[in-house]
Design a protein around this ligand. Structure first.
Ligand code: CU
Length: 511
């Protein structure tokens, strides 16, 4: 076995880690290293490394993980396809690695990135390797990983590996676990993965600024020996929130409450790439939340799912229950699983109604129900083309084709198959199809079988069902059914005095 390469945060920038040579990269050396490791006694999580087929049940295959600090013995680097089904990252990508002497080597570069949130809205953000957020880091339980981080920002930075069980000095908290990575420096982080799950990474130096500017990513570790059947489609989504004033060139990381750009994998609807699934496939949704301040209840239409994991580990089967909405708190991940047995176009979105709006969606005067015709006529004498909006809500913001200010997008909306889709922000579509040409090609809009789409009721249907189209024949709330409750009078006092309300003047105990 090769010498165990070790680097630490203190001098990792100055000295390349041993073993990182061209000849070692994905070459014979790496294979030999892997073979040698195969012979090593797998000291970590023995129950999790049982060969597939041993019917021991989920709990024994995925034991509650421990926080022991003894470094586990690394296993042979897990291979995509053989040891795991790689995740699908809508609007994103997975960071490639090379194997050097049995260690998976990754390289993150922290830098400024010109990012498009949806056509029409761009901002100068901070991200990794040319993207926002950072690429998904994907590995397998038992892998030893070495992650180089180069800082090309004008500010110091660090990377914290959220939820990963590792030695304290690799934890990436600036000042606490290491000195921060200065501009131009490259640090090396190295540890062996002793767990599996949906974890994350993010800057832990000036978090408010750097995470607010986009410096976050997912860190996904597949089990070495899955407890059940692998999912067919394993989706990875990272939630975030931003303040980007209309026309501004950069997000405002100082914002504390009033976020106006809510993203899934750093995109707002209609820029979010749909999740494409063939009917009958097993689907896993991994959702992380590194927003600054808001938890997001993510709701899926058309399905009931089971939440199987958090970033703390696998939820015991006895502790799971069915859901249609999973709350993903700030600084957490949730993993949900279901079988895609219901074909269609299904909304997958945050259920906070202000989180499915783009910019400008709130902070407007309330115009609901206002008749602005007279006002409009007056205003047009001064401002040709003036139109008051919002009297019927936010519908029509897209379809009227109104000009929006430079570098901004309408509050809601994309052109749907029938009508304007009055959604924005943290909204995407799960597309489940019986027949699919490819998982990588948008199959277009779902065409419901005849008779399975809501539409205007025919006069015959109205007649046959005794429905009056004016609504007058519909049941009305019975008289008194929605009245406010009235509390009964107080009980009489024991001394026979008339009951009196508490706190009344002149009725205190002192009297
Ligand atoms: Cu939300």
């Amino acid at each position: 076995m090769s010498t165990e390469p070790r680097t630490d945060g203190r001098d990792g920038s100055a000295r390349p880690a041993p073993g990182l040579t061209r000849r070692g990269v994905l070459g014979a050396g790496a294979l030999a290293g892997g073979a040698a490791l195969l012979g090593a006694r797998p000291a970590f999580a023995q129950p999790g490394t049982l060969p597939p087929g041993e019917d021991l049940g989920r709990q024994e295959r995925n034991p509650a993980r421990t926080n022991e600090t003894t470094a586990p013995t690394p296993l042979e680097p897990g291979e995509p396809g053989r040891d795991y089904t790689p995740v699908v990252v809508p609007n994103g990508w997975t960071l490639p690695f090379v194997v050097v002497d049995g260690v998976k080597v990754f390289h993150l570069v922290a830098e400024e990135v010109d990012h498009e949130f949806a056509p029409g809205l761009r901002a100068r953000c901070w991200g990794y390797n040319g993207g926002v957020h950072g690429p998904v880091i994907e590995a397998v339980e038992g892998d030893r990983v070495r992650i180089f981080v180069t800082n090309r920002l004008a500010a110091p930075t660090t990377v914290h590996w959220h939820g990963v069980l590792l030695p304290s000095g690799m934890d990436g908290v600036g000042g606490l676990s290491q000195r921060s990575i200065l501009t131009g420096e490259t640090f090396a982080y190295e540890f062996t993965l002793r767990q599996h799950g949906t974890l994350m990474y993010h800057s832990h130096h000036d978090e408010m600024t750097q995470m607010g500017m986009g410096m976050t990513g997912l860190f996904i570790i597949h089990p070495r020996a899955p407890a059940g059947v692998r999912p067919d489609r394993d989706f990875a989504l990272l939630l975030h929130e931003w303040r980007i004033d209309v026309g501004a060139a950069r997000p405002d990381p100082n914002e504390m409450t009033d976020f106006n750009v809510l993203t899934m994998n750093a995109k707002v609807f209609p820029g979010t790439q749909p999740l494409i699934v063939r009917q009958g496939e097993r689907v896993r949704l991994r959702i992380g939340n590194l927003s600054a301040m808001d938890h997001h209840p993510i709701h899926l239409h058309g399905y009931s799912f089971t939440v199987t994991e958090t970033d703390g580990g696998v939820i015991p089967e006895a502790g799971r229950w069915p859901e249609t909405t999973v709350l993903v708190p700030v600084g957490s991940t949730r993993t949900a699983e279901f079988v895609a047995d219901n074909p269609g176009d299904w909304a997958l979105h945050c259920h906070m109604t202000h989180h499915v709006m783009n910019q400008m969606g709130h902070n407007l005067p309330n115009m609901i129900g206002v008749d602005a015709r007279g006002l409009d006529a007056d205003a047009r004498r001064l401002l040709p083309g003036y139109m008051t909006m919002g009297q019927e809500g936010m519908t029509g913001m897209t379809e009227m084709g109104m000009a929006v200010p430079p570098n901004s997008i309408p509050m809601v909306g994309g052109a749907g198959p029938y009508d304007e889709i009055t959604m924005g922000g943290m909204f995407t579509i799960l597309k489940v199809r019986e027949r699919l040409e490819s998982h990588d090609r948008d199959p277009g809009w779902y065409e419901p079988p005849p008779g399975t789409r809501a539409d205007v009721a025919s006069p015959e249907a109205l007649r046959a069902n005794g429905i009056g189209a004016d609504g007058a024949s519909a049941p009305r709330a019975p008289e008194g059914s929605m009245r406010s409750w009235t509390l009964p009078p107080p009980l009489p006092r024991e001394d026979g005095a008339p009951a009196a309300p508490m706190g009344g003047h002149g009725h205190g105990h002192g009297e």
